[in-house]
Design a protein around this ligand. Sequence first.
Ligand code: HEM
Length: 374
Amino acid sequence: MVPEKPFPPDPIAALTFPNPYPFYAELVARKPLYLDDALGFWVAASAEAVTAVLASDLCRVRPPAEPVPRALLGTPAGEIFRHLVRMNDGPLHGPCKQAVAARLASIGEAQAATASRHWARCLAEELRPADDPGNLAGFHLRLPVYTVASLLGVPADELRPVAEWIGDLAPALAPASTPAQVEQGQAAASSLLELFHSLLAGEGEVAIANAIGLLFQSHDATAGLIGNALVALGTHRDARERVAADPDLLPALLLEVLRYDPPVQNTRRFLVRDGVVAGQRMREGDTVLVLLAAANRDPAVNEDPERFELFRQARRIFTFGAGAHACPGDALAITIARAGVERLILASLDLERFAATVTYRPSANVRIPGRPAV
Ligand code: HEM
C-alpha cells in the first residue's frame, strides 16, 4: 500500500501524486472554478465548470498571441505543431478534423485489434516486462506508436526509430517543455517529417503533420491507460479476479479506469477576449486549466465516484475531452490498451507488486506509471 501524503501544492503537481483524488474531490466540493494565484491560471474542476469551459466560444486551444510556442517558431517541431488539428481553432479546424477522422475511420476495428495484438506479442517477447519491470514503461509507451504507425503504413523495421522519435518529440510539444526537451525534439521532428513525406508522397503538409500528430496523440495517453489499468488490476482484487475469469471484461475495466484514474488528467484553454465563462468573468489571454480527472469524480455526474465499479451504470467520462476538440481516437485507444493489458496478464506480470510500488513519470498533463524508458 502506498502511504498517503498530504495534499499536493497545486493541480499540476497532483497528477504524479500517489493519490491525487482526495485533493480533486476537495476542489469539486469547495472550489469548482477558482483562480490559482501561484499557477496564475483559472482552474475548472467540477463537471459543470469543465463542460462549460470546453463548450465556450471564448476558450481556445492556444493563446491568441502565440498560436505556435515561441521556442518552436521556425523549427521542424514548429512546422508540425502549427498544422495540428489539436492546436488550431477557426476555419482550419473543421476540415482538418474531418480528414483526421476519415483517416482513423479507414482503419477497421478488426485490423486495429490484429495489429495491436501482434505488436503487443512482439514487444513482450523483446522486452520481457514481466521478468524485468524496468522495461514495463518501454512496453506501454512503444505499443501505441508501433500499432498506429504500422496501421499508417510505416514499415516494420522503421517502428523502433519512429517510437524513439515520438518519445523525443512529445515532450517538446507538451505544455511547460524545457529548452533541452525542445532541442531534443528538433532532430526527431526532422526525421519524422522526412519519413512521412516519403510515405505520404503527394499529400500536403497539413496531412503529413496530422499523421505524425496521430502518433504522439496516442503515445503518452494510451501508455497511461495501459499502466493505470495495471494499477487498477493490482489494487482492486475483485476486478482482477473477474477479468482473469473472463478477459472479455477488459473493455469494461478500461472504461472505468478512464473515469477513475485517467491517463489524461487535464487540458488547457486560453481566453480569446474578455467575457464570462462558466459564470465567471475572465480576461483576454487568461489560461484555464481544465481538470478532466476531477470532473470524472464529481458526484453530480457519477454516483459514489470514489468506488471502482466495473459495471457502473450511466458512467460519465471527461477523459477524451468534449466539444469541437473531443478525441477521435477513443475507440482505437481502448483496442490498443486491451491488447497491451491482455498480453501482460498472459505474461504473468505481478500486478499487486506493480500497483504497490508504482511511481509516475514527470508530466504536466498525463499520468503514466513507470520509470522513464523507451
Ligand atoms: C487513452 C488514450 C487517449 C486519451 C485519454 C486521449 C485524450 C484526448 C483529449 C482529452 C483530447 C482533447 C484535448 C483538448 O480538447 O484539449 C484529445 C484530442 C485528440 N486525440 Fe486523443 N486521447 C487518447 C488517444 C488517442 C489516440 C489513440 C489517437 C489517434 C490515434 C488520438 C487522437 C487525438 C486527436 C487527433 C486529437 C485532436 C482532436 C481535435 O483537436 O479536434 N487520441 N485526446
